[in-house]
Design a protein around this ligand. Sequence first.
Ligand code: PEP
Ligand code: MG
Length: 883
Amino acid sequence: SQYVYRFGGGVSDGGKGDKNLLGGKGANLAEMASIGLPVPPGFTISTEFCQVYYDEGRAFPQGLRDEVAKGIAHIEGITGKTFGDAADPLLVSVRSGARASMPGMMDTVLNLGLNDETVKGLAETSGDARFAWDSYRRFIQMYSDVVLELDHGAFEEALEIAKEDRGYYLDTELTADDLQALVAEYKALVEKQWDKPFPQDVHDQLWGAVGAVFGSWQSERAKVYRRLNDIPAAWGTAVNVQAMVFGNMGDTSATGVAFTRDPAKGDRAYYGEFLINAQGEDVVAGIRTPQYLTVAAREAAGAKPASMEEAMPEVYGELAKVFDLLETHYRDMQDIEFTVQQGKLWMLQTRSGKRTAKAALKIAVDMAEEGLITREEAVSRVEPQALDQLLHPTLDPKAIRDVLTKGLPASPGAASGMAVFDSDTAEKRAAAGESVILIRTETSPEDIHGMHAAKGILTARGGMTSHAAVVARGMGRPCVSGAGSIAIDAKAGVMRVAGREIRAGHIVTIDGTTGEVMAGAVPTVQPELSGDFGTLMTWADGVRRLKVRANAETPLDAKVAREFGAEGIGLCRTEHMFFDAARITAVRQMILAEDEAGRRVALDRLLPEQRADFIQLFEVMAGLPVTIRLLDPPLHEFLPHEEAEFAEVAKAAGVDVDVLKRRAAELHEFNPMLGHRGCRLGVTYPEIYEMQARAIFEAAVEVAAKSGDAPIPEVMIPLVGTRRELELMKQVVDKAAQAVFADMGRTIEYLVGTMIELPRAALMAGEIAEIGEFFSFGTNDLTQTTLGVSRDDAARFLTTYVERGIYAKDPFVSLDVEGVGQLIELAAERGRASRPGIKLGICGEHGGDPASIAFCEATGLDYVSASPYRVPIARLAAAQAAL
Ligand code: PEP
Ligand code: MG
């Protein structure tokens, strides 16, 4: 097969469609050459050869040598220079270039082709001896580091000493003679470390560099980068060999990097930096401060040094034309590298530019409105997850951060406030107008008021679907969970982390988007939901098939969800409605009651409250489906712990504290997640579900009578594993409905369905669908029970599991499509077989995760349900999945 692909001088063996073969850099160099842009001639050794290279034991077969010779001849023909020619030498760069960009991960060698003879020729033809010796000096240093793998510190030291001895401060003060002396020192260093003289044969130099670039594919840092970015090792890298152009040949030369639009804000303005008389690495090294490209940018920054537009108006004009051409050609914002050699512009690279979420949104909308791309393309250009950045306050990127530790990024956004270690204090402080960060080892339902009052939540334990994480996301509060390295002594009001002490009242900052925990206040910036956001979301809605609902239980959350575009409620967790401090006593009384009569007393107290909740919810969601899940409390979350709490419940229930304590001990479970929860509670105590069903139907009939816009309640039974369980529970619900309809003289439509959140339910979905009128996949529990991994304890080991590649991503964040996905597919299939057209949705946390949403689209589910702040993400992800 062919291994070498040429470009430049009117020849292009490849093009932008050949990224797999030529790598991103090689494909785009060929493309730029083919559309007539000034690209220094060169050739690309394909990624296919990378595998051959390893298969052959890191050797170069004769076939490749012949092709490379032709590639060199191609460059020589165009430049009129000869590789290794003492009089007028051709110099080349050798660079890596994989299919996916791996910035800084792999090796590059510049100025290759210099030796003791050719350096003189370069001095002669360039008329600049200093430039020639400086190039040779740089080449030896780079080659020794990258190819010979010698200790580069020794070379840097020699350079420093050379300057010191002469009383210089800058590299540029070194003269041609100084540099020639330094070259001699460098060569001596090579011989000392390598036992061989620095290679003088330019072909040996070339093969050494090519081998080093292929070798860098298997370097440790490249392997780590690939693992973190899901890049398969089999892709391999390409090698680009290209004629050198020099930005360091005097004041008419320069080098720079640019974006065709502002990558931070997205404005349609050229954006970038350049340096006169410099080589690429000088820009990166930050030795000199780069100058602006445009007058406008320079003036906006209040900077003095001339912009490129002023210093080199003609070349700038040419460059601006190239920017426009590249944008129209690639139909995307480009990130460009260029060099000006003695007044002549050369393009060294182009690729789609990285950008902030804000810029991505603006660029996509602008480009569609400019007619450069279609609206569908605009929809596909914005990373759904990136919308998170736009919906929550974020840390000011310019601010200094004193990072204490990192936990899980459980709920996005950033917040600063005083450390508070219990929820009552959090509520009090917040009521007094202070910003607080609630810090708990883990949260429980009793913390709900504190969480609500807090600006942010930090826990030492708990994973991405722990109580704290789920509740915080629902409320839109930033949360860092599972920060395992912090030790909290709530009684003493102190947290210890990284050898430091944070006391109650100290200011801390958390970033729920990154998981960082910081000491002190870090300024935040507020989100701006600009018109572009709305525009793109409307376009997305035009293409998506999946409906998007919200997981919400309070009217406030439901309102937020509607503002974000939710088309109903997919999960109302009724136990969350009981977390309220005012009600928890009644709930406890109900749970701890010895018999049905005792429970009914407590239930009677709860019924009007539940009904009032549902009325509000139905009003906000007028005319839309509202899925209400009957009680599913991990009981331990509700049991009292402290004396005062027992006393309160005892008083309300009119029983003895000791009786209550004995009852609590009876209810203690070893594994509450697999214990007396979900419909098991309804089976043992049907009066609880009966009360809830009553509250739902009374509320629905009342709202229907008032507004005429009848809500569509979908009553959902949790944790079902068998047909019979659902059958029994449906009877309870239907009976309550009939009773309410008879009492109130009005009938409304409703559905009774079930969650599919146990493997058995998925397997038995055919039978279960005979009773259930809809399924909602509870993928939090389905993941927990299928993997046998506790959702509350997973944080301790899951990061290691992900780091070691056992799971590609946290399976509580992104659905384990391979495993859990099979159960969902199977349940959907069996459910549809027994009840054609059965309504299918997902309401686990995965409902807001783009990759999981793509799976839901492929499986043909009807809707996804996500926490309110993730509704826009889900809308965009659903649109992309449909495209
Ligand atoms: C689930 O298990 O996926 C679910 C939505 O229910 P919960 O998180 O309340 O257990
Ligand atoms: Mg569940």
